[in-house]
Structure formats: structure tokens, C-alpha cells
Design a protein. Sequence first.
Length: 552
Amino acid sequence: MIDEFDFIIVGAGSAGCAMASRLSADPKNKVLVLEFGGTDVGPFIQMPAALSYPMNMQLYDWGYESEPEPHLGGRRLATPRGKVVGGSSSINGMVYVRGHACDFDTWEDMGAKGWGFRHVLPYYKRMETNPDGQVGWRGTEGPLHVQRGTKWNPLFDAFKQAGSQAGYGVTADYNGERQEGFGDMEMTVHKGRRWSAANAYLKPALKRGNLELIKGALVHRVLIENNRAIGVEFEVGGELREARVSREVILAASSINSPKILMQSGIGPAEHLKEVGIDVVADRPGVGANLQDHLELYLQQACTQPITLFKHWNLVSKALIGAQWLFFKQGLGASNQFESCAFIRSKAGVKYPDIQYHFLPFAVRYDGQAAAEGHGFQAHVGPMRSKSRGHIKLTSKDPRQKPSILFNYMSHEEDWEDFRTCIRLTREIFGQEAFSEYRGKEIQPGDQVQSDDELNDFIREHVESAYHPCGTCRMGDAADPMAVVDPECKVIGVDGLRVADSSIFPQITNGNLNAPSIMVGEKASDHILGRDPLPASNLDPWIHPDWENSQR
């Protein structure tokens, strides 16, 4: 046994760090954070340009992968999740996207009352400091620092210009009033360092005497008596321990591990729990269901000028960049290199963007393997709102065993149509005048890949996860049998237990999920503390005035 706490937070990730900070701000609240991973200290995590390393390191990643995906020829796709202080905010690409206003209004339509855009915008403003954003729409005093890159490479500007030449709009701030269009991408970097949720929230809060962090803690289950969460059973260094709670247990362990822990605690689909030998506490069929993700392709183009990051893809250059970052926190090491982007609509009749672009002045894979062709650039592109849904299931009642993860990617015919559209629209953008002085041959998929069947074969073989899993503990109306938590993040059917992380998203949001995950932690904190929510915003987002008839 260890001490009793007011609150126990499971997971020191994006939402968990935010809640640890907000709940411990009152010195009367004694807060415990349990994190299975270890320290985030070191250049592989803190240096933005080194982002391909931590997500491929067993030290920092849970090492999950999907089951053989039936619609992708049986491929197993990597599903990295941060196993480190800061969670996935310590191993991600540091891209900062709030999501589109319509995403959150859709959440509210799906039963997440009080989570419309007007309700969440004040929390986005509370959490961020952004010196370059649109006045009135962006935060200026929050713990999470957000910045833009230096755009050191002319290809960043060429991408934006090409979008404009292709007839798309340009947006001054895609996290402001208008997401749609081509613009500068934002990153969670501050003074040259990755500005993870741990750096922004947790580390300052740990200076308080009422917040405790236990690293290396594998949570086995939430302890439940008389239908109320009373504590957590966890393992540290091979020793089984318990922590008791007087108020609430909050799971913020990721869209993979939060449903896993719920099921290990007897909360989930009754039949499945019985299959693995777990006593049912609450039959919630939605636990582990509704799994969503973004898929993406890289379209790679050779560059006729030696200006890309390929010229730095050697030991001498890497050492110089590393030294410049280590001593001065400046130079190429201080950027994630995703410095321009776009959000566009795939066709007329789509109300808000359903395709996202990340642009990179380099032809490289996520695992750090450079294209053999040498100098090149690439666009990461993918649809935002696939109808495909998967699930998380337990493989055993042993908490040390990995769960079964099946995304069921590309299970709708529309998924294939959407990706073919992505490829064709990208080729059109790369074909614009802005790229004429840089454009060489198409490296991937290659000019010979043109027909629907050829494109489908390429998609099946090359599509990759954008690492945005969510939705497995869906928030909704308490009367909805598939909802797992209510609009205050309370687990339906069990008292004293909440979930607050990307698993509660009813539907995946546009873009990367770090920002909305932190926002969930911020908003959930007010619910947990019994505070009135921040006053709703009356700002209206920009929607293309002729969206019903025009694609751009």
C-alpha cells in the first residue's frame, strides 16, 4: 500500500500532463501520476529534427502494431505510442493542428453536449502561447508554446505558391478563423526544443509538493468496490502495489491503453471479458470499439537543384547540425522540417476540408531511410474522415500482454476513391509553375502508375498510418449504449472514474491529434474540479461560400 490521493492520473501523456498541472494547482489536492515509461531527457527526444528516432526506439515506444489488415494485403502497420514522460507528445512529429471547427460541432451532434467549437475554442486559447497567430482566435499566455518555422528552404514557399496557382486559397492561420487553404505549418517547439506536454505542463507542476510522479508503473487495473473506483493496482520493478483515491481515478493512457485498462478492470463488452476470464463490472460494448486513424501516402518528386535536406544526410553534416543544436538550440536541428501545409476539400459538396498535406523538402521515409535517388521533396497526403472503424481487444487477462489492434483500414470503397483523388490532386499541385525550376521526375508512385487499378495497388502497398489512433472510449449521451464516457468524461456505469484522452473523441478531427488531446485534458480538468466551463465563444469559422458547387 502507498498513500491515499485525491486524484490518480494514469498516463503522463498529452492530456495527462495537462490535467496533472491543472488539478495540482490547488495545494489542497494531492495528485499521483502513474507512467510506465521513463525520463524524456536526452537529444533524441528534445531535438526537433531527430523526430524519426524516438518513435522507432523500444525505449520510448510501446511497440504496438496492428493485426494483419485484411484490406491491405495482410500488412501489419506500426502503431507507435509514447512510453515515456510526455507520452506521444514526446515522440510525435510536433505538428500543431487544432482540428476544424466543424469537427467539434459534429462531436456535439453525436452526443458530446458542451463540446461544440464554441465550447472548445476558449480552452485552445487558454492552453497556448502563439505570437504569430490570428488575433482573437489564438492564445497568448498559455503553457504550450507554438511557433512557425524559419522557412529556410525555397521549396516551402513553392508549395504554398503552387496551391495558389492551382486555384486554392491561402490561409494566414489554419488554426485561426480559416483552416482551408495552403499555409505555414505550426509546431510545438520553444527555444529550439520539443515543447511536449511534459515540458509545458508536468515539469513546472512537479515543483509543487502535492504532485507525485511514479515512472515505470505498469497499471494492472482500476480497483472498484460497490461500483466505485477506489484506487489503482500497478506494478513497479516487479512489485505489485496499490494506490487509493478519495475522489477520482482518471485514465489518460492513450486510445490503445485506456480501453485496455478499462477491460482489465472489468469494464467493457461482457462477452469479450468473459472469453478472457475477467469478471464483468460494467457491460460497456463501446470500450475498444470505434477505433479510427488517419492513413497517408508520401508522393515524392525528384528535385533538380541540390537544395533539399539530402545534402545534410551524411555524418559530417549531421554532427554539425547536432552540435549547433546542442550548444545554441538553433539551426536545422531546431525544426521538425514540416513548415508548410494545406487543408483542401476533395470535391464540391464537401463542406469543410477532408484532405491534409504536410510538405517536406526531402524524399525520406518515417523510419529515416532516404530515397536512393538523392535530392527530392515530398507531400504527405491523406483523407481526414474515413468511415472505416476498427477495435482494440484483449489477448489475455495478463496486463503485460499486448492488446489486439485491428484498424480495418480501407474497408469502404470510398476510402480507395478518396486516396486516388489525393494522388491526382497532388500531381496537379506539383505540376504548377511554382515548382517548374525544381521539378524532376516523379519518384513515387512514378509516372507509369495512372489507372485506378494501378493506383489501388500502389495505395495497398504503400499507405501508412499517420499515427492518429482515437475513438475507443467514445464520448456521448449517457443513454447511448455505445458511449463509454458522458460529456463530463465520466465512465458510464462506474462512479469516481473518468477517461480523458484521444480515446474519447466521437469522431477523428482534421489533422494531427496532439492539440485536441491536450485540449481534452484542459477541459476535463474543469469538469473534474466541478468548475463552470469557460464562457463559450461567439466567433464564427470561415466556410467556403460556394462549397456546395465548388471544390476550390
